[in-house]
Structures are given as C-alpha cells and as structure tokens.
Write a new protein. Structure first.
Length: 475
C-alpha cells in the first residue's frame, strides 16, 4: 500500500487539505499497525465536485462498456485477493484463512453477481404507450463499516458503476487500508477519473458532508442504527435518497422437528462467526422450553470447542473483536446479562486465560434468557449467544418478531413447517436449515434494520431513478 496518507480524487492520489492523521490499531495486539490521513470537509467537497463532473459523461456510457469495466475489476480483485485478506485480518481481526476466503473473496463474488444481473437488466421498456426508463440516480455518497469491509464496499460500488452512477467512498477509519487497495484496483481497471473517489475520515466530518451536501443525490450507509439515524437527519434537508443497512438481533428458531444437536451446533458457529461481528448473526436462539437444559449443554460444548487466538494462527476459529471500544461494550453487556439473571453456561467476562493482550472475548452462551433482558434487546456485536425458551410455535414467532430490528431470521426443522413459518417473520432475509449464502438474494431489513435492498438485481434498482415518458409510442 502506497497511498495511506493520500486520497483518491478525480483519478489522482492527492495530499489532504489538512495535516491530520489517525493511528490504526491491530486488535490482536492492541498496538498501532500504521496511520491514515483524516479528511476534512474540504477534501469531501473536492471529491463530490469530481464525482459531479464525471457524472455527465459516465451516465451516458453503454451497458456493454460498464460490463467490460466490471469484468476488469473482477480480474484484479482476484489477483489481489490474498493481499486484501491479509490486510483485513490485521485491521479487524478476522482469522487469516477466513479473511482471504470470505472477507476478501466476497468482493469479487459481488461484482460477478452484478455483472450477471446487469446483462439482463432492462433499463428501458414500453408499458402501453409509455416508455419506462431506469436512469442512474447520480452522485452517491457511500459510508461503509469495518466488520465486513470489502463486502460492503463491493455491494455498493458494483451496482453504482453498473447503473452509471459516480461516487465518493468513506470507509471505516477502524479498517481503512483495504479501501486503499480497492481504490488502487479501481485505478488499474481504468475507472474513468472522477467516477470513483476515496476520502478517509470520521463520520462527523466526512460522513456528515457526504450525507448533507446538495450535490450528492443519494447516500448509502451501512452501520449501526444510531449512526444511521444521524445520517438520515443530515440528509433530510436536501431530500436525497437514503439507503441504509443497519443493526440486527436475529432470531434462530429451533423447531421440535429439528435435528437438535446439529441445529444448535450450527447455530452457535453461525452466531460466533467473525467473532460475532456480523449484523445478521443469529444471536437469539429460540428452543422448546422443555429442552432448555439440553440446548444449553450442546451450545456450551460447541462454544468451548472454539479456538480463540491470533488471526495468523491457522488453528484459530475466532480472532479478536475489532477495537477497544467494541471490547468494552461486549464486556459490559456480558456483565449485564449475569446481573439480570440469565444463566451463564459458557464463557463470561474477560479475555480467554491464555491471552493477555488484544481485544479477545470468551465465546459466551447464556441460557434461560428472557426476551426483555438487555442481552436479548441490544445488538452486542460480539461472540455472545442468548438462548430463549418457547412453549408453542405461535409464541416462538411472537418472540422472534418482538425486536426493533428486522434484518434476518433463521428457522431449523422440517422444511414444510419452516417454509410456512417464514411468512410470519418480519425480517428482510429468512434462512431455512443452515442454507448457504446467496449473492443474488435481496439483502436489507425491516423496521430499524434499515431500508432498501442490496445484492444482484435488487442493488441495481436501488441506484436508479425511474422516468416515465408518456405518449412515447404516439409520436
């Protein structure tokens, strides 16, 4: 990486307008791993102006030209995949094997799915005598998080490029270096100058400018619900489109018809993957009340078998959480769960005993949790599972939906029974019986989990405006 103290604006790597830097911390050691320049409002405005200038020409490019551009990006992403994975692993703590295969690899997967969707996407068609036209929404401000950094960059940038939009990206300052490599990939692929711009910085400065600037037509944000509210408020005076993917507190309903051992073991692993730092993590496991002891025992054994350790160690299942602030928040919530009377069956406060530095959290399981307890209400964003009992399927659905969030939900059990219950869950994605990730499925949430959808053709729709040319066939 050669550009950690520069921003990518109008096709060039330029010096920031003010000299201000931030240390980036390696969460496995709690020591600095480098520094980045922090952007100012002036830097954000330069990037927005570049994107606005570029929109006039890029919005007029053909679908075929944009497909070829996306294909070039895929080729370079794959070539630099391991480099991206290595950087992400150090920045936010994902185990190295997982960081290369999933954290970095998901970027090319999104671009490939976008290409597939773009090839058949109808930008204009006739409806009676009216021509319906999908046009690029314009300049897009993108604010992305640290937990799956390339995933969230790719599933915004790919559809924006595919539809002819121009953009300014502000990645998380906790995990910023992967975005530098991504900008280098955009440059090498020949993205026209001004179409893609990168400005590092914090939310109150660069993020607020992207959300509030009148020359930004849309802001696409992924992060916490609290921060998403602030973005929406900043965007409101300019009445721009606001696309948000926010928090989650996903239920995982284990039906009486499920293979109990397999379903609970899989639920624990899915909850704790990426050290629990996934917005769709199934953090509330709902089990038949009469089998609570059995469920707690299975979950505790599964948690105890997970190896917590340095991301570079190939034996590691869970690395550290991403930051000191995240570590302290998780510790406070674990203590809150104990204080409120949940039964601690695995893990607990503090680091694992074999680790004396870094932001490592013990994989923690609570049984006999009430859905009104803090650990069942708040998004913990760490390796903490709450097991909640239910008496009937109706009660399970009521508990599952009793949350301000609605990003994802899970059901394990008889397929016919699971399909019937899926329709009753208020969530943007419902996953049945440990189904695999689908890059073409719509991704987004109900309620305080956000608005809009990402991935595949659904992402393309988000980045377009719809125009009706009435009387088109009468001329």
């Amino acid at each position: 990486m050669r550009h950690t103290h520069k921003f990518y604006i109008d096709g060039e790597w330029i010096e920031p307008s003010v000299s201000k830097t931030l240390e980036v911390i390696d969460p496995s050691t709690a020591q600095p791993m480098g520094t980045i320049a922090l952007g100012s409002a002036t830097d954000a405005k330069k990037a927005i102006a570049a994107a606005r200038r570029a929109f006039a020409s890029f919005s007029q490019t053909s679908k075929e030209e944009r497909i070829e551009l996306l294909k070039r990006i895929v080729t370079i992403l794959k070539r630099r995949n391991d480099e991206l994975g290595d950087i992400i692993s150090r920045e936010m703590g994902a185990p190295l094997v997982m960081a290369r295969a999933e954290q970095a690899g998901i970027g090319a997967a999104h671009f490939e799915q976008t290409i597939k969707a773009l090839e058949t996407f109808a930008f204009d068609y006739m409806q009676g005598s009216t021509r319906i036209v999908h046009e690029p929404v314009g300049v897009v401000g993108m604010i992305t998080p640290w937990n799956w950094p390339i995933n969230q960059i790719a599933c915004k940038v790919a559809p924006a490029l595919a539809t002819g939009c121009t953009m300014v990206l502000k990645p998380s300052e906790i995990a910023p270096f992967n975005a530098v490599v991504f900008a280098e990939i955009m440059d090498e692929a020949g993205v026209p100058k001004g179409v893609f711009n990168l400005v590092q910085g914090d939310g109150p400065t660069v993020g607020t400018m992207l959300a509030s600037h009148p020359d930004v037509d849309m802001v696409s944000f992924t992060g916490s619900t609290r921060a998403g509210i602030a973005v929406a408020q900043a965007a409101a005076p300019t009445v721009k489109r606001v696309h948000q993917e926010l928090g989650g507190k996903s239920p995982n309903i284990i039906l009486r018809s499920a293979d109990f051992q397999a379903a609970i073991a899989a639920g624990v692993r899915r909850c704790f993957g990426n050290s629990g730092q996934t917005c769709t993590a199934p953090t509330r496991m709902l089990v038949p009340a009469e089998r609570m002891d059995e469920a707690g025992s299975i979950a505790a054994k599964e948690a105890a078998a997970l190896v917590v350790g340095p991301p570079s160690d190939p034996r590691t299942d869970l690395g550290p959480v991403a930051s000191a602030a995240q570590f302290e928040k998780i510790q406070a919530l674990i203590k809150r769960g104990i204080a409120e009377g949940a039964e601690l069956v695995a893990g607990g406060p503090g680091r694992p005993s074999h680790l004396n530095a870094g932001y490592y959290v013990r994989p923690t399981v609570f049984a006999r949790v009430s859905n009104q307890m803090t650990i069942a209400r708040e998004e913990i964003f760490g390796p903490v599972l709450s097991i909640i009992g239910y008496d009937s399927e109706d009660e399970a659905i009521a508990i599952a939906n009793d949350t301000p969030y609605g990003l994802a939900a899970y059901i394990q059990g008889d397929p016919k029974e699971a399909r019937a219950l899926a329709a009753r869950l208020r969530a943007g994605t419902v996953r049945l019986n440990s189904s695999a990730w689908d890059s073409a499925a719509p991704f987004g949430g109900y309620k305080q989990s956000g608005n809009g959808r990402e991935y595949g053709k659904f992402g393309l729709h988000e980045f377009t405006e719809i125009k009706g040319i009435v009387g088109f066939s009468n001329e």
